[in-house]
Design a protein around this ligand. Structure first.
Ligand code: NAP
Length: 289
């Protein structure tokens, strides 16, 4: 693209940002849709996120994505916050508004769109959610809001799972989220479940790790969705498939959280054809590695 005096800038703040795929998502979309926009990663040192947001405002940066470790810390720097992001307690997208930025969380809706595009239903389903960190917390909200009948929330640290369960159950009717320590998975009733893997176990370079190694656990899973996309096929996914289930990685979640951010910044709708063209480009990136 040719950068000129009217080119608008979006970007990503986090630490680290060197390996991000977000520029590929946004710059490809801008090219396909003919928008005069460029997307750049900005590394921000610990303790300087407020300066970064104020600086972005002074520079008329149109919008920012926010990644680890600032998704919660950035909330204090916002002019406004979307109610869903406030409930989740994490913001991954900043959109210019009067006098500053409004914060959104597009991770949750991104996962939902990714699941829809794979034909995975949440409404009325029994779900097992592995993990109770930032991402799993958003997934717990998603399951509750989209009408999962039950969610067994497994985490190494029970207190964190309990906290997420209390918060999410407090916002919906009924006790949807049921926390358990990970090794208590044997207490989950027999049946077939949608399992969402939201821990960081199995992330490259630890590709031979799975948060649960017990083969019997995988007999209970008809569909496994790992939020991790590096490696392309995680150990969790391999175990699900070995026991007859379907398995998906988190690349489409990454794609759609980016697309929703792009839509917010540009007040537009990205059609499925453009979304899938970006997805092909992301997949190609993994094939070449
Ligand atoms: P986080 O807040 O640091 O949470 C990490 C989670 O993993 C916690 O539940 C933690 O358990 C668990 N965990 C870590 N090491 C463990 C171990 N050795 N054994 C058992 N459990 C362990 O991280 P996050 O931001 O939620 O991210 C989680 C994963 O989701 C990451 O792999 C990230 O790449 C992925 N993600 C993907 C997308 C996407 O777009 N596809 C978006 C966001 C995140 P404790 O509570 O016991 O510490």
């Amino acid at each position: 693209m040719e950068i000129n005096g009217r080119t608008r800038t979006c970007g990503l703040i986090g630490d680290p940002v060197e390996h991000t795929l977000s520029p590929m998502i946004h710059n490809t979309l801008a090219g396909r849709l003919g928008h005069d926009l460029v997307y750049v990663p900005f590394p921000v040192e610990r303790g300087r996120v407020a300066e970064a947001v104020a600086g972005a405002q002074a520079l008329h940066i149109l919008g920012l994505n926010v990644t680890v470790p600032y998704k919660s810390e950035v909330i204090a720097c916002l002019k406004e916050i979307d109610p869903l992001a406030r409930d989740i307690g994490a913001v991954n997208t900043l959109v210019q508004c009067d006098g500053g930025y409004k914060g959104y969380n597009t991770d949750m809706e991104g996962l939902y769109r990714a699941m829809q595009s794979e034909g995975i239903e949440i409404a009325g389903r029994d779900v097992i959610l592995l993990g109770a960190g930032g991402a799993a917390r958003a997934v717990a909200y998603l399951c509750a809001v989209k009408g999962a009948s039950k969610v067994w929330l497994l985490n190494r640290t029970l207190e964190k799972a309990q906290k997420v369960a209390d918060e999410v159950n407090g916002r919906v009717s009924g006790t949807v989220i049921r926390p358990l320590r990970t090794e208590e998975h044997v207490r989950i009733p027999e049946g077939k479940y949608l399992a969402i893997q939201g821990t960081s176990v199995g992330l490259a370079p630890n590709t031979e790790d799975a948060v649960i190694e017990d083969e019997a656990f995988y007999e209970k899973i008809h569909t496994g969705f790992d939020l991790i996309y590096n490696p392309w096929r995680t150990k969790f996914m391999r175990l699900v498939e070995a026991h007859g289930g379907r398995a998906y990685n988190g690349l489409k979640m990454l794609l759609y959280q980016g697309i929703i951010a792009y839509e917010l910044w540009n007040d537009t709708h990205v059609c499925e054809e453009d979304a899938l063209a970006v997805y092909d480009k992301l997949k190609e990136h993994f094939r070449q590695r």
